[in-house]
Design a protein around this ligand. Sequence first.
Ligand SMILES: [Zn+2]
Length: 432
Amino acid sequence: MLAISLGTSCGSGIATSDSLLNSPLEPVSTSAESSNFGPSDTTQINTPSATTATTTAPGPTTAPTTTAKAPTATPFTTTKPQASASDCYLTGSRSALTLAHERPTDRLYSTGNIDVVVLFTDFQDVSATQSTQSIFSIISPGGENFLEDQSNERLQLSFEPHHQWLRLGSSASTYAEAIKTYDGHRKFMQEAIDLADAEVNFLGAEAVLVVATPNATEIRYGPTWMGVPSSPLRADGQIMTNGITSGADLTYWKHLWYPHEFGHSLGLPDLYGASIPGRGGWTRPFSLMDDISSSAPGYMGYSRWVLKWIDDSQVRCVTANATVALTPLATPTGAKLVVVPLTSTSALVAEVRRATGYDAELQREGVIVYVVDTNNRGRNGGSYGDGPMEVLNNARSLGEGESLTHFGVSFEVLESQSTQDLIRITFNDTDG
Ligand SMILES: [Zn+2]
């Protein structure tokens, strides 16, 4: 799941990876805070970094305070929205990976049908020993099913596999090194495309997935390549600016590996790499963009909103004291998010997680509250407050009667039912 790039904050060699933390290909770390550094899993052209220009310094989050049990007589009396969802749109950098509401132009559309040609490669010195169908079954249909679920059936992924091992011209270790750079990764995928071009029609394909035989342990992880139109992949007269390569870690992560990398093709940043004591990532266990093997790997609700998988009508933009009912994120209907804007580039977000659907293994249900900061890239081992998102309260969800306060805004769960939670948002004079 690692990312590679040319020197941005997603930079080569020094960004963090829970792939390395958890993968059997590496010694398993016993401490999330001590050794989760590794290369990144995206390959992109260098862009000017503005990551140090964060405007807000997160303050401490209060521990949850258990209060007297909320009254139950009128539990779901909510207040009317004070602002439209568009008042909570966040701006941000125009980089390849961003949480800004306006999506990066060179990434894939997040709705509709996406055609992805799948090519299978082995190497001069490492032959494939399994059938292409066997390897492909790790990815599909699990990957498509997950994305269809997460997008509320608004995104349909159509893989077009070319079931033949394509023998590349160099050694596996040569490619393992090459795909750590933008142009090396592009040339690797282009070689596979050229080998297949006589038999594969690329017209209409938006992206490619190049599967490297997992026998090539030199290619330890599978990165995402984020192209630009001036230096694209070319096939059958068209250009493509999105591609993903698999590595040996495919057999570890299984069907959620591709949805993690595909998140990058949609412009979502990694959420792992936190150097917060006791925490390997900023959002785990609540997102596969943090930890693919999470107990609740669904994309974060805020991400689903900017990808247009959640409608504006399902978002409550809160700018004054309010009481809001939210339904679980894993269910398709109802209000899903409370968004409290802090600045034009940051917000507090609340959503309800339940042990259902792809989040079925979630250990602790409840309301999670997190910071979104579009100026934060969250790589290079950032600490508290450095992540693009960060689930507050030490990533512990709030149950009925519990609350937290951050940046002077309190979130209190007044009542929790199986189908919805009632949350009171209070703006305080001082940060409590
Ligand atoms: Zn990643």
